[in-house]
Write a protein that binds this ligand. Structure first.
Ligand code: MLT
Ligand code: MN
Ligand code: ZN
Length: 313
């Protein structure tokens, strides 16, 4: 399996348009210490031809231009290397890019029934896309239910096998802030994905939004060759201290990296080839490659993910 990190930042990217925090200022000034990053998305493929996007970020246009395998194939007037996509939640940074791929898109969109419901009702990506789609308003032609804890063979548009098998697992019942329903939790709202290459046996676990290290996540990560995991915040109180809002990282559905209960102490002990942080918020000090936090992560054998990082499993 070929894996390419299209975007390694959380919502807003690095630099964020309206932010002058230390990282955003450094990235904006072209400092070699803080790399610019686009918003959270990954592309995977078994054969290097047909690619599945894991989340579709508002920066997808820039991401496709930076990775020509996703653009029109050599020798054809129009087309794309994108064979489908899978969504891990309904948040804007993971879904808004679908609207930017409206021209001529027919590739299937896999998500849970909960996420699909919200993308119709509260953030109506699905009905809007249908108006532009060559397959019209036949929603079953594009939207495919991603079941929880069950394997799903990813197929190409002509029905042939892609060589990849995915399964979704629950990581957090956290509900997006635009969902105006009387519920603070919903099953299937935030998931992680395990993807296996059926030929090589290579296994990826992708979990960009993780509120806690659930037993399922721990078990799947142990069996993975590559883990791409939530690196949004360094500290639990970072969003409050940096003026992002009044909620802690955990309350926002993001387990912090640092601290005794943070993700790094677990990640550092995990004996798998690739342990990589993704969905990194621009306030996270580990983004500065000359800072102590970055050194702390790499000393534990983990990686601060960057756009363009590629892995072969
Ligand atoms: C998140 O990752 O917590 C969401 O994308 C938050 C947001 O940007 O609304
Ligand atoms: Mn996000
Ligand atoms: Zn910033």
């Amino acid at each position: 399996m070929l894996i390419r990190i299209l975007g390694s930042a959380a919502g807003g990217g690095v630099p964020q348009w309206n932010c002058r925090c230390a990282n955003c200022a450094a990235a904006r000034a072209g400092s070699p210490d803080v790399k610019p990053r686009t918003q959270s998305s990954v592309a995977i493929s078994a054969d290097g031809q047909a690619w599945f996007l894991l989340n579709v970020s508002p920066d997808v246009r820039q991401q496709v231009l930076a990775f020509p395998a996703l653009g029109p194939p050599q020798g054809s007037q129009r087309g794309t290397g994108i064979a489908g996509c899978l969504l891990t939640d309904a948040e804007l940074d993971h879904t808004a890019g679908l609207l930017l791929l409206r021209e001529g898109s027919t590739f299937p969109i896999h998500c849970t029934a909960t996420i699909h419901g919200w993308l119709n009702r509260w953030w109506p990506v699905a009905p809007i896309l249908a108006c532009f789609s060559p397959v019209g308003t036949d929603s079953a032609a594009r939207w495919r239910e991603l079941p929880l804890d069950a394997a799903l063979e990813l197929r190409l548009e002509d029905g042939s096998p892609s060589g990849l098998r995915a399964s979704a697992f629950e990581v957090d019942p956290h509900v997006p802030r635009f969902v105006q329903e009387e519920q603070s939790e919903a099953s299937g709202s935030v998931i992680g994905l395990q993807v296996e290459d059926l030929r090589t046996g290579g296994r990826l676990v992708y979990a960009p939004c993780v509120a806690s290290l659930t037993p399922t996540l721990r078990r799947l990560a142990q069996d993975a060759d590559c883990l791409l995991i939530d690196g949004t915040f360094w500290e639990d109180d970072e969003p409050i201290r940096r003026g992002i809002g009044s909620r802690t990282a955990r309350a926002m559905g993001h387990l912090p990296v640092n601290g005794a209960e943070g993700s790094l102490s677990w990640l550092g002990a995990l004996k798998i080839p690739h342990r990589v942080y993704v969905h990194i918020n621009n306030t996270n000090p580990m983004l500065n490659e000359r800072g102590p936090e970055h050194g702390h992560v790499t000393a534990r054998g983990a990686r601060v993910g960057a756009d363009g990082d590629s892995f072969a499993l």
